[in-house]
Design a protein around this ligand. Sequence first.
Ligand code: HEM
Length: 231
Amino acid sequence: MTATSAAEASSGGCALSSADKSFLLRRLHSLTGIVPLGGFLLFHFFENASARRGPEAFNETVEKIASMPYLMVAEWALLLLPLIFHSVYGIYITRASRPVVAQYTHCRNIAYILQRVSGIVAFFYIAYHVVSTRFWALFVAGREITFQDMATKLSVPWVFALYIVGVLSVVYHFSNGLWSFSITWGLVRSDVGQKRLACVSMAICAVLSVVGIDILSAFVFKQSILSAFGI
Ligand code: HEM
């Protein structure tokens, strides 16, 4: 009996080759990008959009979410663990990747590089954001974060700039990720379909960027930029 077949026999014939493991890890990485991370991103925008209705509406939303049952378990299982896995494997992919200039169009190569750069920026931004809001509330302040806390934080110019860069990076990463996800899973195969999808994903990127900046502006100015125009 060879060493490999002995290993397979001892594991009930279920041993995965390293190519199979890498395939499964890639698929899991891809899936965690959409569910739960992408889903949470949209939910997070939706809940924070309450800041457009003023401090009371925002604080009420935060209190409602904080009083949800099993919140800590949900935060770890649905958010932090998938985020840690997606980030660590994402950094591994980024370190191992090479742009394939000859094989793809100029635009797709730029998107490929931007997907990796935005992932790294998102990593540092999300780490800062989670520590300075959620962990701060739990372990330092001993109370939930308020509209005023966020307004004070964002009144510092470099923090505001960091949030703009961070939000735009996460939004680009997610939107372009919708495109690459559809290809990874074979949902869109034709050239025309992939080109159309690239346009749709950039339209989603544009809309989410405007919404993200509008939400940030609600904390800094008395009124969000869009609501000043009646939107
Ligand atoms: C809110 C946080 C995040 C969301 C919503 C998200 C979402 C996604 C999505 C949807 C994809 C496309 C999957 C596919 O092509 O099949 C993706 C890919 C990727 N993500 Fe993230 N991601 C997040 C954070 C991160 C972080 C922090 C990193 C760290 C570097 C990262 C690194 C990557 C890389 C390198 C890819 C490309 C994978 C490939 O082309 O094979 N992501 N992400």
